[in-house]
Design a binder for this molecule. Structure first.
Ligand SMILES: Nc1ncnc2c1ncn2[C@@H]1O[C@H](COP(=O)(O)OP(=O)(O)OP(=O)(O)O)[C@@H](O)[C@H]1O
Length: 277
């Protein structure tokens, strides 16, 4: 049975958000290919991401969403294809390379240490020091400064429910923990933040908080990639939606150009988009 073809209308962007697309993409992936033995992880995938944009990546199980993200964030090295960050060719051999270039990833299994407080988690492995009593030779951890700056980062993301930066992360709710992990990713000169299923384990209210935080991140000019299976969440926050299917990109749509049902139909192959000219 041949799939119904839909017109490709990925340029259906509301007037108020069109300015994002006037600059060149901050991140461009071209023809990414990766295979695992006989399994094709990605079969030549392109992706463009713009500053101040939320780009959602959706797709069925095994469609290649994580693989695509891992190729962009240095966790996998693609067999072929190119990556450009701010117009410059980059090669990431490990996640650290991507992080140093300004690409932060928040995985579902949050990289937070539950027993440590919020400020310590935010500054994990990037602790700030100040001169000690013996001057600059023995530099002390700047706990007070870190706490203050942690408070500002969390507040900048509009998270009012977290008040005390000295609170242990294990005492926080799931949404608040997610917020700490996102604040951490957004705090250190990042340009791109990748969020892997940030609302998967959360209730309605907490998901709402995380979605607001994503909008906040976007409004600070960061570029956000959101991997999600939750279509209402995607349709609420995404500017554009990259649909992965069977290792390839089945198209890019927007919440305005297509209904959620169409997105799911493209994901499963029941409908297809017209190829780009
Ligand atoms: N390290 C690996 N070794 C072997 N096969 C892999 C590896 N990583 C991914 N794959 C395969 O690549 C394909 C894409 O997997 P991927 O995890 O990217 O899908 P996904 O869209 O993220 O799925 P899900 O929604 O279930 O997380 C799958 O067939 C998967 O089995």
């Amino acid at each position: 049975m041949s799939a119904e073809r839909l017109p490709l209308t990925h340029d259906a962007i509301p007037e108020s958000r069109r300015h994002i697309y006037e600059s060149d993409p901050i991140l461009s992936a071209r023809d990414l290919v990766i295979t695992f033995g006989r399994v094709v992880g990605l079969d030549g995938v392109n992706l463009d991401l713009y500053k101040g944009e939320v780009l959602a990546v959706i797709g069925d199980n095994g469609a290649g969403k994580s693989t695509l993200i891992k190729c962009i964030t240095g966790a996998y090295v693609p067999d072929s294809g190119t990556l450009e960050l701010e117009g410059k060719r980059v090669t990431f051999r490990r996640p650290q390379d991507a992080r140093e270039a300004g690409i932060e990833t928040v995985y579902q299994q949050l990289a937070v240490i539950p027993a440590l407080d919020i400020a310590s988690n935010l500054y994990l492995a990037r602790e700030e020091r100040r001169p000690g009593i013996l001057g600059s030779v023995f530099r002390m951890l700047d706990k007070k400064g870190m706490k203050e700056r942690a408070g500002t980062s969390v507040q900048n993301l509009g998270i009012q429910t977290i008040q005390n930066m000295g609170q242990a992360v294990e005492t926080l709710s799931g949404g608040q923990r997610q917020a700490v992990a996102v604040a951490r990713a957004a705090a250190f000169g990042s340009k791109v933040v990748v969020l892997d299923e940030p609302t998967a384990a959360l209730g309605v209210k907490e998901s709402g908080m995380v979605l607001d935080m994503i909008k906040q991140l976007r409004d600070t000019g960061l570029a956000v990639i959101l991997i999600s299976h939750n279509m209402p969440h995607v349709w609420e926050v995404a500017d554009r939606i990259h649909i992965q299917r069977l290792g390839g990109c089945a198209g890019v749509i927007t919440p305005q150009s297509h209904e959620m049902g169409d997105g799911v139909a493209i994901m499963t192959g029941a409908k297809t988009l017209e190829p780009t000219a």
